[in-house]
Write a protein that binds this ligand. Structure first.
Ligand code: ZN
Ligand code: ZN
Length: 161
């Protein structure tokens, strides 16, 4: 994900790049150039994310495991938020980073308001949702050869260059 995020960053307009820098500066308060766990937690709390999220995400973002996030690692974070590669299980509210399930009906109605479940909540029916058809998110994207598929492919193609 980081390579994709950096490739994306490089191809951004100046205006967008400034936005990323601003985003980074809003997390990195101490001015030492790295985001510490405290700074990250502070930011996440202000944004109103669930407390179960931060450790998960911080670890995920901190690719070299040095306990702080560099600018590049924060670009990944920005990318995740901007492109909604950032969702939570509607059952147990954990951060969903790998395989998870999405309500087909809700996803088709509005991609941004999709109803997501982790595989264990899906399996154990730990949710009360009006629809019953769920699909693995990756499978769903591939199966939507319409608008969603095209957007996805276009984005992918862009990232490869
Ligand atoms: Zn869950
Ligand atoms: Zn639904």
């Amino acid at each position: 994900m980081r390579a994709a995020a950096m490739a994306h960053y490089t191809n951004m307009s100046d205006k967008k790049q400034k936005e990323v820098v601003k985003f980074f500066n809003s997390i990195e308060k101490s001015g030492d150039g790295d985001v510490s766990t405290e700074e990250f937690l502070d930011f996440v709390r202000k944004k109103g994310f669930k407390m179960e999220l931060p450790q998960n995400v911080f670890k995920l973002l901190d690719e070299n495991n040095n306990g702080t996030l560099s600018f590049e690692e924060c670009v990944t974070f920005f990318y995740m938020i901007t492109y909604k590669k950032f969702s939570f299980c509607k059952g147990c509210e954990i951060f969903l980073s790998g395989l998870h399930f999405v309500c087909v009906k809700c996803y088709k109605a509005d991609e941004e308001k999709s109803f997501d479940l982790c595989s264990s909540c899906y399996r154990n029916k730990n949710h009360s949702h009006e629809h019953t058809e769920f699909l693995d998110k990756d499978v769903l994207i591939i199966s939507q050869e319409g608008i969603v598929g095209k957007t996805f492919n276009a984005l992918n193609a862009k990232l490869k260059h």
